[in-house]
Design a protein around this ligand. Structure first.
Ligand code: F6P
Length: 495
């Protein structure tokens, strides 16, 4: 499946209806800098996956305008054609006050729903005022959707947990609009979810969708069970749909992916080569003489970065022959630092890096290189290609697209993927070296196994993983969703 084939499917399914995408994070951010305005691509797997699709099919993308220069480049409705050098779709920015951003994004989305849905033993915090702001912001986005739709038929494709109430709000105003939502993070089991104070209101909001997607079947099962136990509705377990007030919501797994073909090209581009040279200069080239372990993540407690460092430390102590022979290069993008848990994680990582390096380093060798920065797409690809072993050690993750970017980038056929069994990607990639990131002993042994793995085995595993992703690329993900939209008539009544 490629971009133009997907564009054909989408235009057939929408048959003239406008396509409106909604996400919190915008695909391009304009930032003010000394030299002028810089366009930045955010460190978001969601954006990386969605942008090629919208680029292929066109339409309008509605998102929060968060950049310092965002207001300077748009028209009076907050619109701007993008990408800058070859416009294919329109981005409509929604403006939020500091107070709205605090309650809706930092508070309800990332300090309540994020820890609630990821089972990593960080407690969620609930605040009624955040919930009120979250509702008001969902209503604001609803206003933007209705304005963009005008009086025309439309298909609205909503992303993620920032907008649990949006589909219901849209349907209340325009029942004829088809609404689809993809939940990019896990959906926990009923026992975990039931502590959410406004459970019924949130679930009712999500049941405004005609189609609701999760990464894996397990999350769909959890969602059905949550609804079945929490509220009045008819849950049809056989056909995976839920009727609420006579309206069906179909619940389906759609494992998200990456643009496999494009990554092959981009990894060999001059931009990626430039980033590689920069890394080598910064690290004085020394990493070339060691087995290079790479991690590339947002600094988020779900990603298991401290656990990764501790397991690496354990490998160095338990298998001393690895000393001076291995390096861990961690690219780490600062994220959500307005939230205390994230600030503490940053401190913890600095301390751990210092402590582990102090314990093992020699005059010529430093085991962990921790590069905290907003590394762009090409930098991540360059690091993936330089890696002997890529580390994805999430404690819980909806999918994890860095794992898929790594496999797609390895047109040389080499490299080992060490992958958490709690990342959605592990279901599709059984040839990765799978680990339980809560078990540091096992993870240290797995890192050592990757160090020892013979080239033939590495290549066989990589070849099998590559053939899976060649087929299951991001366009196939879009194709699966839109083909399902075609099969699920929104106005179907109760069985
Ligand atoms: O994939 C989950 C997700 O929350 C996306 O919605 C988001 O873009 C990404 O992680 C990064 O988080 P944030 O947008 O809060 O920086």
């Amino acid at each position: 499946m490629n971009a133009s084939e997907l564009a054909v499917t989408v235009s057939r399914v929408s048959s003239g209806a406008k396509l409106i995408m909604v996400s919190n994070r915008e695909p391009y951010i304009h930032e003010r800098e000394d030299e002028g305005i810089r366009v930045v691509r955010p460190a978001s797997g969601m954006v990386t996956a969605l942008e090629p699709i919208v680029r292929a099919v066109g339409g309008t993308w509605i998102a929060h305008g968060a950049g310092s220069a965002d207001r300077l480049v748009v028209d009076e409705k907050g619109r701007i054609p993008l990408p800058p050098d070859d416009p294919r779709f329109v981005l409509r920015r929604v403006w939020l006050s500091k107070q709205e951003e605090k309650g809706y994004y930092h508070g309800m989305s990332n300090n309540a729903l994020w820890p609630l849905c990821h089972i990593v033993y960080k407690r969620p915090y609930f605040s009624r005022s955040d919930w009120e702001v979250y509702k008001a912001v969902n209503r604001k986005f609803c206003g933007a959707v209705l304005e963009e739709a005008g009086n025309d038929p439309a298909i609205v494709f909503i992303q993620d947990y920032h907008f649990a109430l949006l589909s219901r709000m849209i349907k209340d105003e325009r029942p004829d609009i088809q609404v689809v939502q993809f939940w990019h993070i896990p959906w926990p089991n009923r026992e975990a979810f039931r502590i959410f104070p406004w459970e019924e209101e949130l679930l009712d909001g999500l049941l405004g969708n005609d189609l609701l997607g999760f990464h894996i079947q397990y999350h769909c099962n959890n969602f059905l069970e949550t609804v079945g136990r929490a509220m009045e509705s008819l849950v049809d377990y056989e056909n995976f749909r839920i009727f609420r007030g006579g309206h069906p919501t179909y619940v389906r797994p759609f494992p998200i992916s990456v643009d496999y073909e494009q990554i092959q090209k981009d990894v060999d581009s001059p931009e990626a080569e430039k980033r590689k040279r920069r890394f080598l200069k910064e690290l004085e080239g020394e990493i070339l003489n060691t087995t290079l372990y790479v991690g590339a993540d947002r600094i988020d407690y779900t990603k298991g970065i401290p656990e990764r460092f501790k397991a690496f430390d354990l490998m160095l102590s338990r298998y001393p022959e690895t000393k001076t022979k291995v390096t861990l290069l961690q690219l780490a993008a600062p994220s959500r630092t307005a939230i205390a848990t994230y600030r503490k994680l940053n401190e913890e990582l600095d301390e751990l890096t210092e402590e582990i390096n102090w314990r093992h380093q020699t005059e010529e060798w430093v085991p962990i290189r921790f590069l905290r920065d907003h590394h762009d797409y090409y930098a991540v690809l360059a690091a993936c290609r330089m890696a002997n072993v890529l580390l994805v050690t999430s404690l819980h993750d909806g999918m994890n697209l860095v794992a898929k970017e790594f496999v797609s980038s390895r047109s040389d056929g080499d490299g080992v993927l060490l992958l958490s069994q709690y990342a959605g990607a592990s279901r599709e990639l059984p040839d990765a070296v799978q680990v339980n990131p809560f078990d540091l002993d096992q993870m240290a042994d797995a890192m050592y196994a990757a160090f020892l793995m013979p080239e033939e085995e590495r290549r066989q595993r990589m070849e099998r993983m590559r053939s899976i992703l060649e087929k299951n690329n991001v366009y196939q993900w879009g194709e699966n969703i839109f083909s399902e939209v075609e099969r699920t008539p929104s106005l179907e009544g109760m069985p």
